[in-house]
Write a protein that binds this ligand. Sequence first.
Ligand SMILES: Nc1ncnc2c1ncn2[C@@H]1O[C@H](COP(=O)(O)OP(=O)(O)O)[C@@H](O)[C@H]1O
Ligand SMILES: [Mg+2]
Length: 249
Amino acid sequence: MTGKTANNDVVIRVSDLYKTFDDNQVLGGVSFRLNRGETLAILGRSGQGKSVLIKCIVRLILPDAGSIDVLDQDVLRLEEKELNELRIRVGYLFQEGALYDSMTLADNLMFPLSRNKPGLSRAEKEGLVEQTLKSVDLFEDKDKMPAELSGGMRKRAGLARTLVLQPEIILYDEPTTGLDPYTARDINELIIRIQEIYNVSSIVVTHDLKCTRKVSDRVVILQNGNFIARGSYEELENHTDEMIRNYFI
Ligand SMILES: Nc1ncnc2c1ncn2[C@@H]1O[C@H](COP(=O)(O)OP(=O)(O)O)[C@@H](O)[C@H]1O
Ligand SMILES: [Mg+2]
């Protein structure tokens, strides 16, 4: 992008990240960067450490070694208060969605806003809730309870709850897993639309090839604790190494 300093163009920089649980080495020296405005897909079979890796980025898991810079902050050295402030700027869409069952959809968005953006007026918060629910096509459903929503609507609602805080980065953990193909397609389109509307930078962790092909600018494949390939979807799909090509069939 033009007009920005080099440093400003990298929003996440992970270097030499290691994590072992007991004798299970999950991350063995992982390094990568996320550029501003881009969508990076982390592809890999289940159990390869994709979730562990993105949890490290917001320090939900503490790595054993390595460094993590997010929006020019040294994540592993931050005090709790600064970490909480950073977590508002980095939205995390959990695999499970994580809605409050006892609150309406609108209140599910109002709650994190009231807690994390206390400086906003009531009207400003209501405006943000409305705008965000419209961006995921759920404004008509604002007074429903989570139990009344379908699987796809719950995914979109979980995404809205992340988006309402207007994050600069979104980490998606398996956004389409467990959804039927039509609903998965809607979620993919939504991820693309969100990138366009909000100009966020994103990491999408997935084992869904369609999702990867549609939403990603760049792909990395995590296997046995490290990235075994990096490139565009097309580059990796046509890679000279058969093992890499096999990920795409
Ligand atoms: N909190 C934890 N304690 C111990 N082992 C864990 C923990 N979280 C993840 N693991 C292990 O780390 C490995 C990678 O897990 P995960 O990142 O969830 O895989 P993926 O998201 O790629 O399917 C698995 O072997 C899992 O059992
Ligand atoms: Mg996972």
